[in-house]
Design a protein around this ligand. Sequence first.
Ligand code: HXC
Length: 257
Amino acid sequence: TDYATIIVETRGRVGWITINRPEALNALNTQVCAEIVDAATRFDADEGIGAIVLTGSERAFAAGADIKEMEAKSGLDMLMGDHFGGWTTFAAVRTPVIAAVAGYALGGGCELAMMCDLIIAADTAKFGQPEINLGVMPGMGGSQRLIRAVGYYKAADLILTGRTMDAAEAERAGLVSRVVPAADLLDEVGKVADTIASKSLPSLYAAKAALDAAMETPLAEGLRFERHVFASLFDTADQKEGMAAFREKRPPEFTNR
Ligand code: HXC
């Protein structure tokens, strides 16, 4: 498939999506959204893929939704155009997704990173929700996901002042899974992605579904969901293989069945 704003590659069992709009610091216009969603959906449907990496450039993961594309729109345009509806599809892929963030992850860029399961940041990363500086507010999940990631008071600080935070602060706040030196970002993310992709796919899908459920269900309901998906994995060959491999003191050979 030919894409104009992203670069897509498969390395082993990992699908890589690199946002490539250097002239706009990877600002997320309608085309970028459609292309990322298309590429992620294709990887998600491919049993040869066990993890997806989403990354940008050294300067910017993404500096936000495309301000120039949005500027002239009315509220009705935004609503009827369902401008960001595709992101719901992206956030719902079953395959684990790692955001590899260097440079700016602002506004929609920060919100896009938060649609991923792990956020691995270069020490150059800068996160923020600066929409308030434009007379608007977060619109791709920032007001909801950031609170769940960092708590009310840090989220309110970022969203109401529009300031950015560096990678160290983002890690302390719980927004970032790991911080690595910028020069090592893609290598380190590649290792993490290979590790995840080496697991049994049914167990990855089930674990991601349970993590997602935890973000939106009361504890008792989440625990019931967990008990059922956990039990369902005992009908996979990979559960028998994983536990036999442990007993026989050898690495497991998963078949994704
Ligand atoms: C469109 C953008 C852009 C954006 C940068 N560019 N961010 N274009 N939308 N979000 C463009 C610039 O216009 C410029 O193009 C080129 O990228 C390089 O950017 P500079 O500003 O020259 O770079 P620099 O001086 O290094 O500053 C970097 C920056 C700044 C601090 C990241 O670009 C910036 O503040 N960007 C906007 C960040 C932002 O407000 N994001 C939130 C967007 S709203 P030209 O052609 O002029 O040289 C949002 C809403 C989400 O995300 C919710 C959806 C509903």
